[in-house]
Design a protein around this ligand. Structure first.
Ligand code: ZN
Length: 108
C-alpha cells in the first residue's frame, strides 16, 4: 500500500476516493476517524488517501493531478452571495472580496 495524498478534510478525501473509484483504482482513506474522536488534535491532521496496489501509485498520482485540475476549474464553482454586504462572489473564493465576510456554508 502506498500513500498518495493528505487531504484537507474528510469531504475532499471522499470526493477523491469516489473519483479514483470511477477510474477503477482501489484506494482507501486512513486517519479520518482521528478527527472528532479526541477534540484536542491539531486541525491539520486530515485523512490520508492510500493506493492499495503498490504498482498503481503512478496512475494514482496522474488521476490525482486531474482531480485537482478539475477542482480548480472556475465553472465547477457556483457564485455565492455575501451575507454581510450582498455582493456576488466568485465560487473559487471563500471570503467576500468586498467586505471580507466568510462564505456562509449553510446558505443556498
Ligand atoms: Zn461582503
Amino acid at each position: 500500500m502506498q500513500r498518495l495524498y493528505q487531504a484537507r478534510d474528510r469531504i475532499e478525501a471522499q470526493l477523491l476516493l469516489d473519483f479514483l473509484d470511477r477510474h477503477r483504482l482501489e484506494a482507501v482513506i486512513l486517519g479520518d476517524y482521528l478527527s472528532g474522536a479526541a477534540g484536542g488534535l491539531p486541525a491539520d491532521i486530515g485523512p490520508t488517501l492510500w493506493v492499495v496496489e503498490d504498482d498503481e501509485l503512478e496512475r494514482g498520482r496522474t488521476l490525482l493531478g486531474r482531480f485537482q485540475a478539475d477542482a480548480r476549474r472556475p465553472s465547477s464553482a457556483a457564485t455565492w452571495h455575501c451575507a454581510g454586504c450582498g455582493e456576488s462572489v466568485d465560487g473559487d473564493f471563500d471570503l467576500c472580496w468586498n467586505c471580507g465576510e466568510a462564505r456562509d456554508e449553510t446558505g443556498s
